[in-house]
Design a protein around this ligand. Structure first.
Ligand SMILES: [Zn+2]
Length: 336
């Protein structure tokens, strides 16, 4: 049995479809330098675009599409690429503050880290219920029940055999490995993540912003990072609260913060990249535009969802340009 992927129409600026993204990246990019960090389980390229500038204020990486069921993260990364290519986002809107910041940044963008996960999910969950997204996040076993991926469990599912599924969900890569969870902080079993880690090492990247999506806007304190990084995330929060408030958008509290933050019992990609590439990791959760809970209201427009991501990126790049990540990296890892 094959499950057809339902689609609801997404606006053209919501560029999240796996084939459409590949088409854009292979035909529309002029300024950016294209790298292929590696290939997914099903041999789709994991692309990274590089925008180098002379005397860059900082060197940063933005990741979209870690989770296949979070299409807005891919769309946001593609809008960022279009802004760098043309000076406007895919809806034709200008972002002068962000553009000025990224024009003095050595920026890498990996718009779709998990293309196999993206390929098995709809292009958008906008104006759909949360439970629809849960099915595509987890996948379905042969009997039609959900693959047991429990996001809040302390003993999470790291692997599920795709042979035992009608399809394996966007939380996983094509081989059945959870794309953002690690058994150990030494390496990733997901080839996409390990390829990107190998790509990142030695490039002088100071920080990574990893884009995710759920019902709400909020950022994470990377709980396994040492103390020099905690105040940076709090500074991101302080500035982002102001920026979101000025646009009339909701921003939740900094998730996982504490004094000290309490580390989870398993590892995320954040630990892996921090340790092996000696950099700071930030994660931002944007909105999907779900229906079905009062707290999802008011329903944002699709462009507002993208603009929320660009706002999160604005503060991320601003802190980089002021040397926050480089200083914390020096304090933690030494070096000049
Ligand atoms: Zn996610």
């Amino acid at each position: 049995m094959k499950i057809p992927i339902p689609q609801i129409k997404a606006p053209e600026f919501w560029l999240a479809n796996v084939d459409a993204v590949e088409r854009y990246l292979t035909t529309q990019v002029v300024r950016g330098r294209m790298h292929i960090a590696g290939y997914s389980t099903h041999v789709r390229p994991v692309r990274v675009l590089e925008y180098a500038v002379p005397h860059a204020a900082s060197t940063l990486l933005v990741i979209g599409g870690t989770h296949g069921h979070e299409p807005g993260t891919v769309a946001a990364a593609m809008n960022l690429i279009h802004l760098l290519e043309t000076g406007r986002d895919l809806a034709g809107k200008e972002h002068p503050t962000l553009l000025a910041l990224i024009q003095k940044t050595h920026l890498y963008i990996c718009p779709m880290l998990n293309p196999d996960g993206r390929a098995i999910c709809p292009d958008t969950f906008y104006a759909q219920g949360l439970d629809t997204c849960t099915i595509y996040a987890s996948g379905l076993q042969l009997d039609g029940s959900l693959v047991p991926y429990d996001a809040d469990s302390s003993e999470p599912c790291y692997y599920f055999d795709p042979e035992k599924c009608l399809f394996i969900g966007g939380q996983f890569n094509g081989a059945g490995w959870a794309i953002n969870r690690r058994l150990s902080p030494d390496h990733s079993e997901a080839v996409e993540v390990q390829s990107l880690l190998e790509f990142v090492k030695g490039r002088g990247i100071e920080a990574i912003l990893d884009l995710h999506a759920c019902g709400y806007n909020f950022a994470f304190q990377a709980r396994t990072h040492p103390a020099p990084y905690w105040p940076i995330m709090r500074e991101w929060q302080r500035r982002a609260e102001k920026l979101f408030a000025s646009k009339g958008r909701p921003l939740g509290k900094l998730h996982g913060d504490g004094d000290p933050p309490v580390a989870p019992e398993f590892h995320f990609n954040s630990t892996l990249f921090h340790r092996h590439a000696k950099l700071m990791w930030m994660a931002f959760e944007g909105r999907q535009g779900f229906l079905g809970r009062m707290s999802f209201m008011p329903l944002p427009t699709e462009w507002e969802i993208i603009d929320d991501y660009l706002s999160a990126i604005t503060v991320f790049v601003e802190l980089g340009s002021e040397g926050y990540y480089a200083r914390a990296n020096r304090q933690t890892f030494g070096g000049g």
